[in-house]
Design a protein around this ligand. Structure first.
Ligand SMILES: C[C@@](CO)(OP(=O)(O)O)[C@H](O)COP(=O)(O)OP(=O)(O)OC[C@H]1O[C@@H](n2ccc(N)nc2=O)[C@H](O)[C@@H]1O
Ligand SMILES: Nc1ncnc2c1ncn2[C@@H]1O[C@H](COP(=O)(O)OP(=O)(O)O)[C@@H](O)[C@H]1O
Length: 273
């Protein structure tokens, strides 16, 4: 079985409080971004153990701890699955605030559920996903949601950005999620996110923000430079996604976003949501 784990964007992100478990409570709207990896899940050949092979962007860390393998191990422990052969072709930048690793894990759970006819409902797959990462459960239903608590509890939103021209720029700066959280002091949001996102896109620039962006831009000025370039190119709204370092712009009314003059080593996704 071949699946294409997609990335996500955060529309607004507020860190609202410290939790007793050491994590933070947040509020954000997550939307799917069709920048994808490719993940193949097959039964292992007779006599072979479970194995993961990797191509594409290098992933830091031991492949044995890759989130795809950890997703398999969770289901294997409960359902005694036979060994599998996993292949991941990595395309979505890592440590970019695009949730790529979480998407791989969630799609692995989904694919294993199909491959071995486990018939687990979405809410059960979400429970497994929560054990692998805070934003992992989002990718099970994979539709726009208002996320709160650890970013793993969801309410539906009516927002639909389907077809909106979008440009995502990753400057090659790997920002660890834990480091980014450590730089933000939790506070009450200045605007109610769902109310703000229900207003015209042209108003978001003044009302929808990302607490990570405010904390990280003074440390990594390139984030502010990219955002300024996106606005100069006609974006109606631009922001850091998640804990960065990817910055995106939304360009309503365009078939495709404009091309920007960027250093060759930057990774760029240009298309429609
Ligand atoms: C910041 C967000 C926003 O959507 O996305 P990314 O920027 O990573 O894509 C998410 O909260 C990232 O979720 P995820 O990447 O799954 O994080 P996890 O693996 O669960 O946690 C990594 C580390 O981030 C911190 N963490 C994470 C989530 C949370 N609600 N509070 C936290 O304090 C903790 O220090 C934790 O050890
Ligand atoms: N399949 C995977 N793809 C990407 N990163 C992975 C994967 N499995 C484990 N990781 C680890 O997760 C971390 C980054 O996860 P990722 O979801 O790409 O970041 P972010 O949430 O910031 O977008 C890296 O430190 C990486 O080692």
């Amino acid at each position: 079985m071949l699946v294409f784990p997609n990335a996500k964007l955060n529309l607004g992100l507020y860190i609202t409080g410290q939790r007793p478990d050491g994590f933070r409570n947040l509020e954000s709207v997550f939307v799917p971004l069709p920048w994808t990896d490719a993940l193949e899940v097959l039964p292992a050949p007779a006599g072979a153990d479970t194995a993961l092979t990797l191509t594409g962007l290098p992933i830091p860390g031991d492949p044995a701890t890759n989130l795809c393998v950890r997703a398999y191990e969770l289901l294997q422990a409960d359902f005694d699955l036979p060994p599998v052969q996993l292949h991941l072709h990595k395309v979505v930048p890592i440590g970019a605030g695009l949730g790529g690793g979480s998407a791989d894990a969630a799609f692995a759970l989904w694919a294993l559920n199909e491959q071995f006819t486990l018939n687990l409902p979405a809410e059960t797959l979400e429970s497994y996903a929560r054990r692998l990462g805070s934003d992992c459960a989002f990718f099970i239903e994979n539709k726009p949601v208002f996320a709160y608590e650890k970013g793993d509890v969801f309410e539906p939103v009516s927002l639909d950005l389907t077809g909106m021209a979008c440009l995502v720029v990753y400057p090659g700066l790997h920002i660890s999620t834990a480091e980014a959280y450590g730089r933000v002091q939790p506070r009450t949001p200045r605007h109610d996110l769902r109310t703000a996102l229900a207003q015209p896109l042209s108003t978001w620039r003044d009302t929808v923000s990302n607490d990570f962006e405010d904390a990280l831009t003074p440390v990594y000025p390139v984030l502010g430079d990219i955002k300024a370039q996106l606005y100069a190119a006609g974006a109606a709204y631009a922001s850091l996604s998640g804990s960065g370092s990817a910055v995106y712009g939304l360009f309503p009314g365009l078939e495709l976003p404009p091309l920007l003059e960027l250093p060759a080593e930057y990774q760029v996704w240009r298309g429609r949501l």
